[in-house]
Ligand binder design. Structure first.
Ligand code: MN
Length: 197
């Protein structure tokens, strides 16, 4: 089977007039694997940013660990901060995707005829003692994964964006940011699709 690469697009910005962004993201490629994630530090401003960067730093250094262990380690790394909510997804060729999340991060598998629901684990990374459950799914090359923080409206339908799935991931992320961002919160959206399915 030909190597399958992943097309990733991400957009992030702080809330209106705020110099610090309390959101962060992860895009880490290793061999043929890809780890992506979206992080929202609690609240906003400098303390939210400190929390988000602590989580991001841990994940980037330990991207080869199983997702459960990444969450446990990130929780320790964020203990002195306000904490974060976070969603992580790992893509492994040819068609495996694992996913785990804690707290309020929106995660959608777009383009699937059946609805794929991830059970969100309640809590805060850095505050609660957490054991995440990892979802393993078989990834269809025509699907698009969308992760976003609550700086974007959660009530939206993929059907509201006809044809967007054929665009590059970067275009998907910027379109969703443009149409769904709320304005009074930090906002981050990340899209992943298979390169040339
Ligand atoms: Mn937020």
């Amino acid at each position: 089977m030909a190597p399958r690469l992943w097309d990733v697009g991400v957009m992030t910005r702080s809330r209106a007039f705020a110099p610090e962004n309390g959101d962060a993201f992860i895009v880490k490629r290793q061999n043929r694997q890809l780890l992506v994630g979206v992080i929202d530090g609690l609240g906003h401003g400098e303390l939210a940013q400190v929390a988000a960067l602590a989580a991001q730093g841990y994940v980037q250094k330990h991207d080869d660990l199983p997702l459960e262990k990444i969450f446990l380690g990130a929780s320790r790394a964020c203990r002195a901060t306000r904490g974060v909510v976070m969603a992580l997804a790992r893509f492994s060729p040819p068609a495996r995707m694992s996913f785990a999340s804690v707290g309020n991060v929106e995660a959608r598998v777009c383009g699937s005829r059946e609805r794929i629901a991830f059970l969100p684990r309640r809590g805060i990374v850095g505050v609660d003692e957490l054991r995440v459950s990892v979802h393993e799914i078989s990834w269809d090359p025509y699907w698009v994964l969308v992760l976003h923080t609550d700086g974007l409206r959660t009530h939206w339908q993929w059907d509201d964006f006809p044809g967007l799935g054929r665009e590059p991931a970067k275009e998907i992320a910027s379109r969703l940011m443009r149409d769904l961002a709320i304005g009074n919160d930090d906002a981050t959206v990340l899209a992943v699709k298979s390169e040339a399915p």
